[in-house]
Design a protein around this ligand. Structure first.
Ligand code: RIB
Length: 336
């Protein structure tokens, strides 16, 4: 087997020390002449030198990785979020290690412990099952920087938030403007704080238009999945609403299939709107009206916050608040 080219080989051929090569290759070689820097870089390419990350990490005191824990990998809301994470990570040659454990608390704790043991530089956590207690037990003792967002409602720490209250309000105002007065909302009965914010905003928007909405009567329970929405079809139709607001797009898409099977036409018989703005929305028939979260931006902003905390653990607690917007498509229409 061909012997792996080491940093010593590059240094020997360049006629400089290993430290000089290391500093130049790590972008810290400004004190060396332009000629030396160019020569080292040329030799790196000529010899096909690939740095040994373990050695490099020991010098930099960094694993150049971050951990990302999301509730579900199958929901394209989170894939788009992860793209934002990746794009931002690339700007610093950081590798994100992404895990989704489908709300399995044991599995999430396992991933978290493994990430800490592998010395990731920091963590972004969206999962609700990583509680304040888990953070206090696992992350704080390891002095590991972290950013919380979305379904994770733990106290303390840097947090990125989306204006879910306004999102719910926008949904209500949109349905009210189309003349709907009998609406239901579909959401999990063990909903996380961000979804409760959507409900609170929805109720307030309806109140502005004097539309009666009693959560105990007008909220139908469903998981945040297509299956959850599909299975909620009967319970929604029993309430005979003219419009339904789903807590996320997956529920809305599941409902649309359920309605079709029951011979209920969207939007002629019932208007449907979702929340998130996933890419499927434009490809279902009719295209789904939704409240768009800035998903890619959320990923990039969460990484940016984490970098700031990694660079300086003493900065003030960070709070970033991002807006949402209504995207009106064909699944909602004026009440006939
Ligand atoms: O679709 C996934 C949902 O879970 C999104 O609404 C996101 O905000 C999260 O809460």
């Amino acid at each position: 087997m061909k012997k792996k080219v080491t940093i010593r080989d590059v240094a020997r051929q360049a006629g400089v020390s290993v430290t000089t090569v290391s500093q130049i290759l790590n972008g810290k070689g400004q004190r060396f002449s332009k000629r030396t820097r160019e020569h080292v870089l040329e030799l790196r390419d000529k010899l096909n030198y690939v740095p040994d990350f373990n050695a490099r990490n020991l010098i930099l005191h960094s694993s150049q990785t971050i951990g990302v824990l999301v509730p579900s990998m199958s929901n394209s809301f989170f894939s788009s979020f992860i793209q934002g994470v990746q794009d931002k990570c690339r700007t610093r040659e950081i590798m994100p290690l992404v895990f989704g454990a489908n709300h399995d608390e044991k599995l999430e704790r396992y991933y978290l412990t493994q990430l800490v043991a592998r010395s990731v530089d920091g963590l972004i956590i969206a999962s609700s099952t990583i509680t304040t207690k888990t953070i206090d037990e696992i992350l704080r003792p390891a002095h590991l920087p972290y950013v919380l967002f979305d379904q994770n409602g733990s106290r303390g720490g840097d947090r990125l938030e989306v204006d879910d209250y306004q999102g719910g309000r926008l949904a209500a105002l949109h349905l009210a403007s189309l003349g709907h007065r009998h609406v239901v909302m579909v959401m999990p009965n063990d909903a996380t704080t961000n979804v409760h914010q959507r409900l609170a905003g929805f109720v307030s928007g309806l109140e502005e238009h004097h539309i009666s909405f009693v959560p105990d009567r007008d909220v139908v329970s469903a998981k945040l999945t297509k299956r959850g929405g599909y299975e909620a079809t009967k319970a929604v139709l029993e309430r005979q609403p003219t419009a339904v607001f789903a807590a996320n797009d997956e529920i809305a898409i599941g409902l649309m299939r359920g309605f079709k099977e029951q011979g209920v036409k969207v939007p002629d018989d019932i208007s449907v709107m979702g929340y998130d703005g996933i890419d499927f929305d434009e490809y279902v028939t009719p295209a789904l009206t939704t409240v768009q979260q800035p998903t890619h931006q959320i990923g990039a902003a969460a990484v940016q916050m984490l970098f700031k905390r990694i660079d300086n653990s003493a900065i003030e607690l960070q709070r970033v608040f991002l807006p949402v917007q209504l995207i009106s498509r064909q699944s909602t229409a004026k009440l006939k």
